[in-house]
Design a protein around this ligand. Structure first.
Ligand code: PEP
Ligand code: MN
Length: 378
């Protein structure tokens, strides 16, 4: 059961204690207070977990601080979009709002290879006003003989360079709990010049112990990449593992599905699921066109398949674009064939802006009453 409190009720309001006291009267029920930071307002929700089947709604509904009470039967208890829940499960991190309304682009290196490339990448972002990026330090590779990422030693210069170029958030994959400790220490030692969004890669999508671990820590939000060979429902349940441990700051990233039916793309592009995830849950949705398409092949119209896949995700309402760039893709130690070059960043962002405008127009038009749309010649 979810008890949604009236807008802008503060965490220390006595009304919250009243709800908790009332919940305590029901045996086998535990209450957990949850703050949802929306872009326009913050919402407080109290989850009643356990044997709630016989708990009546009315006594909670009658309390002054309560806006409404929702009984949930659906699977995604925390992240799901339950009946009556309109606000998306957004959050603020490093002064940036991530929710189902906003759009950010995070271009960066698939894998850190040297300091110079990191600097060049961040400088290119800064020049174009981009404050979100990606940098892989720990790489889960199919073959043990492939480059495994530079790991801990590269963190100090990655964070220092990010601070120098005003990068606020870096998406960085971890494959083991100890990587969080390493990131924590390196960030502290550098004086926290930037922030990290911890990425759970597709290969760890059902590593439940790792999911619970990132759910228990509160410092970093989580970018969860859809499992490449599991259903959407299984991936959403995996996100629920993170949220149920206490960290609801999660973005789900679509990155294509593994099947040879997607050939010649690396993975079968699944961006038609952007609106589906936004309907089923309140999480912001990210798309990763680079790992979906897997090459920078150019089409007959002069646009790469990566541009087209990006456009498909953005026109469907994606909230974050995670995309591989590299100053010298031929020298990249991981996924060079899918990296765009730095001089392609500006036109790529311009292309996204065109498509985002189209999405905003489509959304406005859909929200108008049907008569208005007809009179507008639709
Ligand atoms: C990545 O983003 O570098 C990556 C390895 O992605 P995925 O887990 O989607 O393969
Ligand atoms: Mn990669």
């Amino acid at each position: 059961m979810i008890i949604i409190l009236k807008p802008d009720i503060r965490r220390d309001s006595p009304g919250i204690q009243q709800v908790l006291d009332l919940a305590e009267r029901f045996p086998g029920v535990t209450a957990r207070v949850h703050v949802v930071e929306g872009s326009s307002r913050s919402l407080m929700e109290i989850y009643l977990i356990g044997s709630t089947a016989d708990v009546p709604l009315e006594p909670f509904q009658d309390l002054d601080v309560v806006e409404r009470v929702v009984r949930i039967s659906e699977k995604y208890r925390i992240l799901g979009r339950h009946k009556g829940q309109i606000e998306s499960e957004g959050f603020q991190y490093q002064g940036i709002t991530f929710d189902q309304e906003t759009l950010h682009v995070a271009p960066g290196l698939c894998a850190v290879d040297n300091r110079e490339h990191v600097d060049q990448m961040f400088a290119a972002c800064q020049e174009l006003g981009i404050q979100t990026s990606r940098m892989g330090a720990y790489k889960p590779r199919t073959s043990p003989y492939d480059f495994q990422g530079l790991g801990k030693p590269c963190l100090p210069y990655v964070f220092e360079s990010a601070g120098k170029h005003d990068i606020k958030v870096i998406a960085m994959e971890i494959t083991h709990e100890s990587h969080i400790d390493e990131i924590n220490t390196a960030l502290d030692e550098a004086g926290s010049p930037t922030g990290v969004m911890v990425q759970i890669g597709t290969r760890n999508a059902q590593n439940f112990e790792l999911l619970k671990f990132v759910g228990r820590q509160q410092r970093f939000p989580v970018l969860f990449k859809r499992g490449m060979g599991i259903t959407l429902e299984e991936s959403l349940n995996a996100c629920e593992y993170v949220a149920s441990e206490g960290n609801g700051r999660i973005i789900l990233c679509l990155r294509g599905m593994k099947t040879n039916l997607g050939d010649p793309h690396r993975n079968f592009v699944d961006f038609a699921h952007v609106p589906t995830v936004k309907r089923l849950t309140r999480m912001p949705v990210c798309i990763d066109p680079s790992h979906s398409v897997g090459s920078r092949a150019v089409g007959s119209d002069g646009l790469t398949d990566i541009h087209h896949a990006t456009a498909q995700g953005v026109v469907a309402g994606a909230n974050l674009v995670l995309v591989d760039f590299h100053p010298a893709p031929l020298k990249a130690l991981c996924d060079g064939p899918q990296a765009l070059t730095l001089d392609e960043l500006r036109p790529y962002l311009e292309d996204i802006a065109i498509v985002r405008e189209a999405y905003e127009k489509r959304r406005k038009r859909a929200q108008k009453p049907a008569g208005d749309a007809r009179s507008a010649g639709a």
